[in-house]
Design a protein. Sequence first.
Length: 469
Amino acid sequence: MSRADAETIQPQQTLRLREAIAIIVGIVIGAGIFKSPSLVAQFTGSTGWMMAAWLAGGVISLIGALCYAELAAAWPHAGGDYHFLHRAYGRRVAFLFAWARFAVITTGSIAMLAFVFGDYMNAIVPLGAYSSAVWGALAVIVLTWVNARGIHASASAQSWLTLAEVLGLVLVVVAGLWLWGDAGHTMPVATAGEGAGGGSAAPALGMLGLAMVFVLLTFGGWNEAAYLSAELRGSRRGILHALVISITLITVLYLLVNLAYVYGLGLQGMAKSEAVAADLLGVAFGRTGETLIAVMVAVAALTSINATMIVGARTNFAVGRDWAALHALGRWEGDRGVPAAALYAQSAFALVLVVFGASLRSGFQTMVDYTAPVFWLFFLLCTLALIVLRRKEPDTPRPFRVPLYPLMPLLFAAVCGYMLWSSVVYVKAGALAGVGVLAVGAVILLWLEARGGGPAVPAAATVPIDRRR
């Protein structure tokens, strides 16, 4: 394929529903479910409130997914959030989002997950002083190669990784049931309602809010489904089905896993645990359990890295189509179904962040602080874009409309606003870093506009996406 062809061809509908579900589930179920439950147990103080928090996380995510389903069904585009922000607020806001996604959100998430993978692989096969960073960099390089081979290769790898990841969570549930039925194990049923502080009363509002920060962090990532909307087979309502099925499956798994933790360790045991899944499997299966948990978390991190790479590169592709100076990013390899140049740029910057995190010797925490505030800022703007576009483009066909409008989008926007505030309070230094990154993006934006800043691909030159409802 010629370079000119690569810069004009559009994504085609090649993804099956099950592949889209595997990608969404793979993005969402990451290392968080192996760490966050102990913190949620500590902050809520009772089994009932803890389970209610996880259920609320699923319900809130589903409300947000319905908002995104309307946007993605009405405007299926490989640019996802970028495309919605472009239509609602203009290309300047959209570019700042794309820059933040490239410099902070996507690449920071890949680097963060690479450190998770590296930390657990280091427990199995240590490679020296910088073992975690080396393992993480290797994961990024190998998965970049897999994704560069084409969408079918990356989607197939994602399906198998997601299956392994889900089976790992099922193993956690089995361990909890094993201990529940073990006559020699003292079960915490009688004390399950007791909190870390010794009571079963409702937690303070601040503690409940803090618990929800970690719950929603563990549910995060489902919005990336919007980047698959242009490549999903069938009607445009297919993205709705992918989101609802994925979030329902994830919510059920999370509830079962948390019940397993309670049955196996008790609520106080959960709250005090530094590695709740490892403690549960250690009690159930001894030293074998410790190895199993290392493998499970490593697989979960790989699954999320691969899925994030798939959707992340598509934002860079959309930017390349909108800005002539960045046209190289807008090349779509039609025979492979992948924006190769955008993928390579994304992975290169993620590797830079891996090196940066390794130099600070606290890679995972650094990446969390770096990404959270900027992520929630643009998540809020994208949710409000639904309301803006209802007014701005009222005649656009909408195969799906979010129910109870405008209550649902306003409710989810309020959640995003609260999460933005909480993340700024929680990671003050990270928030400053995010502001600095956006300032750099503003300078790049001015430079692009000074160069003319016209679209890289004229609308007439593109191959239209199937607009079936």
